[in-house]
Design a protein around this ligand. Structure first.
Ligand code: FES
Length: 409
């Protein structure tokens, strides 16, 4: 059915409904009243022709998505980000979401950018291609991804959001390292859920579907002279770039890295080169000293080390106790909040936290916050909200993999 309605004296909206889908168009949106460029509204025939053109375009982009992984979806991803940014301007958001011209323009821009990435910056490399994959311990992997636009702007403390496939979940990962010249970004992740397992199953040469970033604010490291950086487990992958940047700036860095046991220690050599003193502790004493990171930190402070700041990155419970350790000494303590995230642009509210009695969003206001102001208890409760769904997703994936293995046999 075709329907046309007046929005204002200057604007008319027409819509065609086919099944669940409604195509909307706007007549002469920017032309003053009485100066319509369209002498008459579209007929049902022209509107259906428009629908046909759209489905032809969709078929074409589906083919290109097979040969050039994810090109169209990445354009849509950019479109969504643009739409999110414009959400407070309903008029603009309407055009972005409903009119075909904007997706087409964005797709064109994205294709040019993708061509630029592939031909000028990366030679034969494809965007978001995995350049290197390394197993750091039994379930922790490092990947170097070809993402020149992310590498160009990345700073310590920022993160990316990736999708492994078009139907995949969006997961945030902190940028562990980057190389602006090579156009590469390093991520480190633990295979703890269905998506990280799927990511870990990819190999060098494979491509990720999306790799959006850098997101969040960079860490404020200016003006510091002596700093203690505390990393716990996988948090050391994030503590490492912070320590490295501080070390390069000439700051004296005491790096305290805590792990459950020696089997899961990561980046030991890299951390050694990125600090003045490295203190490795394990829960079971299988490597380094048997102690908690908070014990070592307290000893260092009591020994007279005057820290301008303590930076803590790791499990929330560890960050909470680091803050409790530094609070009596009044040492500024910065924590990196690893919350649940969906869009990473401040729109979904998934990453919200209470900081100093105010609601903040880790993705746009952080991820670094003053640890003495963070309400860790509510953050931990929120972080555990989707545990049941995560477990179910892992079980589904394992079941699927087992069925596949049986079929292959
Ligand atoms: Fe959605 Fe931060 S991830 S608001």
């Amino acid at each position: 059915s075709l329907h046309i309605s007046d929005v204002s004296a200057q604007r008319k909206v027409w819509g065609v409904k086919r099944g669940q889908e409604t195509i909307l168009g706007v007549l002469s949106p920017f032309v003053p009243a009485g100066e319509h460029r369209h002498p008459r509204p579209p007929t049902a025939a022209t509107a259906h022709a428009h629908l046909e053109r759209k489905s032809r375009l969709q078929r074409r982009t589906a083919v290109s998505a097979e040969t050039l992984p994810s090109a169209s979806d990445k354009a849509e991803n950019h479109l969504h980000h643009a739409a999110y940014r414009q959400v407070r301007q309903p008029g603009v958001s309407f055009f972005l979401e409903k009119c075909c011209i904007f997706p087409c323009a964005l797709r064109a821009i994205y294709s040019i950018r993708k061509w630029f990435d592939a031909t000028i910056e990366g030679g034969s490399l494809r965007v978001y291609q995995i350049l290197k994959k390394q197993t750091l311990n039994v379930n922790t992997k490092l990947m170097v991804i070809h993402a020149p636009h992310v590498a160009r702007k990345a700073e310590p403390g920022q993160f990316i959001i990736l999708r492994v496939s078009a139907e995949g979940e969006r997961i945030p990962l902190t940028i562990a390292d980057f190389d602006r010249e090579k156009g590469s970004v390093t991520i480190i992740f633990q295979e703890v859920g269905a998506t990280t397992q799927a990511l870990g199953a990819l190999n060098e040469g494979d491509c990720l579907h999306d790799f959006v970033g850098p997101l969040g604010k960079e860490s404020e490291l200016e003006g510091l002279k002596k700093v203690a950086v505390v990393g716990g487990g996988l948090g050391c992958a994030i503590a490492y770039p912070q320590a490295k940047k501080l070390h390069e700036m000439g700051v004296e860095v005491d790096l305290i890295a805590g792990f459950r046991s020696k089997d899961i220690i990561i980046l030991e050599d890299e951390m050694k080169n990125a600090c003045t003193n490295l203190h490795i502790v394990t829960d079971d004493g299988s490597n380094g000293r048997k102690a908690l990171v908070t014990q070592v930190l307290k000893e260092l402070i009591d020994a007279g080390n005057q820290y301008d700041a303590v930076i803590a990155i790791g499990p929330m419970i560890m960050m909470k106790f680091v803050c409790e350790t530094t609070r009596p000494y009044g040492i500024k303590t910065i924590v990196s909040m690893n919350t649940i995230m969906v869009d990473g642009t401040g729109m979904c509210g998934g990453c919200r936290l209470t900081v100093g009695g105010e609601t903040k969003f880790a993705c746009v206001d952080g991820p670094d916050f003053d640890g003495h102001l963070v309400d860790f208890d509510s953050a931990m409760r929120r972080g555990a909200m989707y545990k049941a769904q995560e477990r179910a997703a892992v079980e589904r994936r394992e079941e699927h993999c087992n069925l596949f293995k049986k079929e292959v046999k």
